[in-house]
Design a protein around this ligand. Structure first.
Ligand SMILES: C[S@@+](CC[C@H](N)C(=O)[O-])C[C@H]1O[C@@H](n2cnc3c(N)ncnc32)[C@H](O)[C@@H]1O
Length: 493
């Protein structure tokens, strides 16, 4: 086992910067750094680490309706962990669920801690409304049990404290207003983008003596991150330790979702779903290269193909990951950031270009059915030879026909295989990318605590806990947890 190396190095960043699309357009030999990336991949602590053994039978779910087995697992385990933590804390906290979505976790906690005050926050009105509907259907609260409170609001670094201030002051009976501050537990299940750093910032600010809020303080945090591609650019790196780290290429944030350790079956063969997702990336790259051979079916009067992207009205759009664009995006409102992102052709969708968007899995059964479906969706026609290219054949079906393409002979079968290798190598770095981001958040939090020893209770425990079982499909399974010393739940047995 190579020694643990917390950083991503130039060679890894080069690999993360490459993209199958790029290599399909420029078919020079794909130069892949052979070393030391393999060492780096195998030194990752996240991939395949078994989850903390939490006895989820200590809680009951109010309903399992609407949840996939993966979601059920995540909600049950995280609720069990939080209920155990709450019981260990010196005082029962108010709970704030940040990015609560449809509220599965919120309801699971309410069902098991019916007396608790819980605030569910989400930027998307459809999510908050959905959560309320579920509550009315499945939660049976006693008369004295407080309802779950909801607020639909876009959380930023600046407003989380004020949102909690307002809520706590509404909840506090007037006679308690002058009594000691209430503890608040901040939680987030798959808290997108910058929500986890925002939760940690709220913890730190609410705990600092000099700006301690009179109504409440944060007693603990349990936050599982997600969608690192939605992070505000300034949120990586956060720590001094990682401050020299070059910005990660845009693909890295997307690839952080990969869990290569779960790709193989017991016999060591790639699972069908894995083969399919690799095929999707590679075929789209090859199609991109062939697009210049296509002719448009649309005339001035014909309708444009319908592939409207369904975007939430309020959730922040993807930030541009090119460092030179950051300055203009920094300090903008989410609306401005969203507009900037929509102008960014990295989405592929512009006034002149149409996105291929999602195609059904069934069309990937053969190259010709994929070309057919893509042609219809994009409103274009390829010359007949494109459907007949030797793409998508098993290795034991040798085809190896070079196709005269754009003045050169291209061996598409070999190009397909090389692109597969490229994509898999990039995916293998996924756990390392997530680990790097998580380590940076942990380091930053420790640095802030240390810098503030006089202000913040130094008897704080910080940990990184693998909560969910990745083999059940839970790619993002690591919680950053903070609590007073001795309060963090331990594994069973
Ligand atoms: C991945 S979902 C997780 C939902 C829920 N916690 C769960 O696990 O089912 C993330 C949620 O966070 C919300 N969200 C993302 N960024 C937000 C922000 N800046 N402010 C408020 N909500 C946000 C999204 O609308 C979405 O419902």
């Amino acid at each position: 086992m190579p020694p643990f190396d917390p950083f991503l190095h130039d060679a890894d960043l080069t690999l993360l910067s490459t993209h199958p699309n790029y290599y399909a357009i420029h078919p020079q030999d794909i130069q892949l750094p052979a070393q030391p990336w393999l060492d780096l991949v195998t030194s990752s602590e996240l991939g395949g680490r078994p989850p903390l053994a939490i006895d989820e039978t200590i809680i009951k779910l109010p309903s399992e309706q609407g949840m996939s087995p993966k979601k059920r697992h995540e909600v049950a385990v995280m609720a069990a962990y939080i209920v155990k933590l709450v019981k260990n804390l010196p005082e029962i906290p108010f709970i704030v669920d940040v990015g609560a979505g449809q509220g599965y976790l919120t309801r699971a906690l309410k069902h098991n801690l019916p007396q608790s005050n819980i605030l569910a926050l989400d930027a998307d009105v459809a999510q908050s409304e959905g959560a309320r509907k579920w509550e009315n259907r499945v939660l049976r609260l006693g008369e004295s049990d407080p309802q779950i409170d909801h607020k639909t609001i876009l959380i930023t670094t600046d407003n989380l404290l004020a949102i909690i201030d307002e809520w706590v002051s509404e909840k506090q009976p007037s006679e308690r207003a002058s009594s000691s501050p209430v503890p608040v537990l901040l939680i987030g299940l798959h808290a997108c983008g910058s929500l986890t750093p925002d939760i940690l910032r709220a913890y730190l600010s609410s705990s600092r003596k000099q700006d301690r809020h009179s109504l409440w303080y944060s007693s603990a945090v349990v936050a599982v991150g997600c969608c690192y591609n939605l992070m505000r650019p300034g949120d990586f790196p956060l720590s001094k330790r990682y401050s020299f780290h070059p910005p990660l290429p845009v693909a890295a944030y997307h690839l952080a979702a990969q869990v290569p350790s779960t790709w193989l079956d017991a016999a060591g063969n790639a699972l069908p779903s894995v083969k399919l997702s690799i095929r999707k990336v590679v075929w789209r790259a090859l199609l991109g290269r062939l697009l210049e051979q296509a002719t448009s079916n649309t005339t001035e009067n014909s309708p444009t193909p319908d592939n409207t992207v369904n975007k939430s009205a309020t959730v922040p759009a993807r930030w541009n990951r090119r460092p030179e664009a950051w300055e203009s995006q920094a300090n903008t409102s989410s609306t401005t950031a969203r507009n900037a992102a929509e102008d960014d052709s990295s989405t592929g969708q512009t006034n002149n270009h149409t996105r291929l968007g999602r195609l059904s899995d069934a069309v990937y059964k053969s190259w010709s059915s994929f070309v057919d479906a893509a042609s219809k969706k994009l409103g274009i026609t390829f010359p007949p030879y494109v459907s007949d290219l030797p793409i998508g054949h098993e290795p034991d079906e040798p085809q190896r026909i070079s196709t005269h393409f754009n003045g050169t002979n291209v061996d598409f079968q070999s190009l397909e295989k090389r692109l597969e290798v490229l994509h898999v190598k990039r995916c293998l770095l996924g756990p390392k990318v997530e680990e790097t981001i998580l380590n940076d958040r942990m380091e930053w939090f420790k640095e802030e605590l240390n810098a503030d020893q006089d202000g913040i209770d130094s008897m704080v425990e910080l940990d990184r806990v693998n909560l969910f079982n990745q083999s059940l499909g839970s790619a993002r399974n690591v919680a950053i947890v903070v609590a007073p010393q001795g309060c963090l739940p331990k594994a069973q047995g």
